[in-house]
Design a binder for this molecule. Structure first.
Ligand code: G3P
Ligand code: MG
Length: 234
């Protein structure tokens, strides 16, 4: 059965990376929730862009803004930008948490935060899936958290196909849907790697991904995606 991940939460119907998008995704019963994480000056914020202006009423860079200042900013529905801790508290042990680490990241503190949450039982180890386009960062994280599942992000077809993900000790490859083909999926499977496709919203694209044999999709509309997957399998 193909897995359905909510991309930035249920971001088609709620502001991306918001607590309401997360809550909606949990209500759908998704297999996981993908969220973008960045460092702000003194904490971790759940936000996609380097700059604040597209998704909030603020200006400037996320990594030059304090948590206190971020909490005053509004998303399009007046919610605040969530912190990493708020998100972990909200999801708890309910589903897989795929944290996509964007650039400008204080990794030591991030690792300590994750370990603290696991120790306190807020989240369980098996739930966590860390991904990034920065593969050096992933390798470093796997050394610090050997138990963590790694998702190797790519928006290209490397010359050696899925080999790069093996080098990263990844469990899965998270790939732009436009680059996925039969040859790549077959190569990944032979290496024991899963392929998850982003961002897959339209029925035709979901059908194509099923045909390629991917293991999962990231969708902004996880409720609809689950319905289409179910229909295709019946
Ligand atoms: O993690 C999958 C996908 O979210 C990667 O691209 O730009 O949507 O964060 P982006
Ligand atoms: Mg992302």
């Amino acid at each position: 059965m193909i897995q359905v991940y909510a991309h930035r939460g249920a971001s088609g119907n709620y502001p991306e990376n918001s607590l309401s998008a997360i809550t909606a995704a949990l209500e759908v019963g998704v297999d996981g929730i993908e969220l973008d994480v960045q460092s702000c000056l003194d904490d971790y914020a759940i936000i996609h862009d380097t700059w604040l202006d597209r998704t909030t009423n603020g200006r400037g860079k996320v990594n030059e803004t304090t948590r206190a200042a971020l909490s005053q900013l509004k998303l399009s529905n007046n919610e605040a930008v969530p912190t990493l801790q708020q998100v972990l508290d909200t999801i708890g042990q309910q589903t897989t948490i795929n944290l996509e680490l964007k650039h400008t990241f204080s990794l030591d503190k991030f690792v300590a935060t994750i370990e603290d949450n696991v120790q306190r039982g807020i989240i369980a180890r098996h739930q966590l899936l860390l991904s990034s386009f920065d593969h050096h960062q992933l390798l470093w994280l796997k050394q610090k958290l050997p138990w963590v599942r790694i998702g190797a992000l790519t928006a290209s077809i490397p010359l050696t196909f899925a080999q790069f993900a093996q080098q990263l000790h990844a469990e899965s490859i998270h790939m732009d849907k436009n680059f996925i083909n039969h040859e790549f999926v077959q190569d990944a499977k032979q290496r024991g790697l899963k392929v998850l496709a982003y961002t897959v919203d339209k029925a035709k694209d979901i059908e194509l991904m099923l045909d390629y044999g991917v293991d999962g999709i990231f969708s902004n509309y996880p409720c609809y995606a689950k319905m289409v997957v179910q229909q295709q399998l019946n």
